[in-house]
Design a protein around this ligand. Structure first.
Ligand code: F6R
Length: 365
């Protein structure tokens, strides 16, 4: 059942154009209509004043991307919490918050308990984004959006993550529309971006041979740093998590603007620095962060969009991702960091689909 692939993780990475197209399909059919999230979703969404996202691990990073979208596109305050933190702190929850839990499995104990905890504060407006039908978390939620990633077997989450981003983008569009912040033209533009996304993701997958060459260099390292800014900062976090999780290389992610507040001290010629460098309004800022790393002899591995001006040199290596796709760019930029982690793990000979000490579904605390 692996077909031409060596591991489930590789297969699932390559299934993303289809998983995304399947998840996008109902959005193209219904546009940004609240019913995508359930029959009574419009009423729920019309009565909320803020969004509280709760999740663990990779699902938390999907939520972290969504925060940028929800605040900038829908203009609604949005907070994102790690479930195991949320459930043990005194939260200032209010009944008008929309509680959004994100879980591939729908069975993660901390996320489930955090949902119950929010309800104990009177938060009844709950939405679950989940990949497994009728699992515990969606059953405990008023609204649900099922991602259509298909079964995910590799312990490291890949296609579940990118399809969660689609669900969250749909939520953003729906909330923006209900608040009169999405005119017909903008709606058509977003739908068009969604329609073209699987093609751009396929283009990014085609970079695999180049990324594998980089990964072989990473395999000999013990540490790596990932940098991103804005909506791509969570993609740097996701890249670092994937790398440590399956290759056991210690990796950390920082928002690039934080470099001189500490992590720059780590940089020397032995420190590979992966930079997510999309052609967006922060590119010039990212480039100056790259100069800061270069000046300390750090070796840069940048994923840069095809349409950006980006200089290569002996210590700045560049792989060209597809042309900048706009607001959905975090989805495209996820692919290279998944492939980098996969091939680094392969080169190190670790058990890619079943990394040590980890389980696919975390039903204990
Ligand atoms: C990392 C990974 C985990 C899960 C986390 C939450 O690759 O897979 O970090 O994302 O355990 O799991 P779900 O989404 O099932 O709640």
């Amino acid at each position: 059942e692996l077909g031409p692939f060596s591991h489930f993780m590789q297969k699932e990475i390559h299934e993303q154009p289809k998983a995304l197209a399947d998840t996008i399909e109902p959005i193209l059919t219904h546009r940004f209509k609240a019913e995508l999230f359930g029959a009574n979703a419009e009423e729920v969404f019309s009565n909320i004043d803020s969004v509280q996202i709760i999740a663990c691990g990779t699902s938390f990073y999907a939520g972290s991307v969504a925060r940028y979208w929800i605040e900038s596109i829908a203009g609604i305050p949005c907070n994102v919490d790690i479930a195991s933190e949320y459930r043990y702190r005194d939260v200032a929850a209010n009944p008008r918050q929309l509680i959004v839990t994100i879980s591939q499995s729908g069975e993660t104990l901390d996320t489930m308990e955090a949902l119950k905890y929010a309800k104990s504060y009177g938060c009844e407006q709950t939405l679950s984004i989940c990949n497994v039908r009728e699992s515990a978390i969606p059953r405990a939620s008023k609204l649900v959006f099922y991602t259509r990633a298909g079964a995910e077997i590799g312990v490291a989450s890949t296609k579940a993550f990118t399809t969660q981003l689609i669900a969250l983008f749909a939520l953003t569009g729906v909330l923006a529309k209900l608040r009169g912040r999405l005119n017909d033209e903008k709606e058509a533009e977003y739908l068009d971006s969604l329609r073209h996304l699987p093609g751009s993701v396929q283009h990014a997958l085609n970079l695999e041979p180049q990324i594998q060459r980089w990964a072989n260099k990473f395999a000999g390292k013990e540490h790596a740093l990932f940098l991103g800014r804005g909506v791509h900062y969570p993609i740097a976090l996701e890249g670092a998590l994937k790398l440590k999780e399956i290759s056991y290389i210690h990796a950390e992610a920082y928002p690039a603007g934080e470099l001189k507040h500490g992590p720059l001290a780590l940089v020397d010629s032995n420190m590979p620095v992966v930079v997510i460098s999309p052609n967006d309004n922060l590119l010039e800022k990212v480039k100056s962060n790259i100069q800061e790393v270069r000046a300390r002899g750090g070796e840069i591995f940048a994923f840069a969009d095809l349409d950006s001006h980006f200089g290569e040199s002996d210590i700045v290596h560049v792989i060209r991702t597809p042309r900048h796709v706009g607001v959905l760019s975090p989805v495209v930029h996820t692919i290279p960091v998944q492939l980098l982690a996969y091939h680094a793990a392969l080169a190190r000979g670790t058990d890619v689909d079943k990394p040590r000490n980890l389980a696919k579904s975390v039903t204990v605390e």
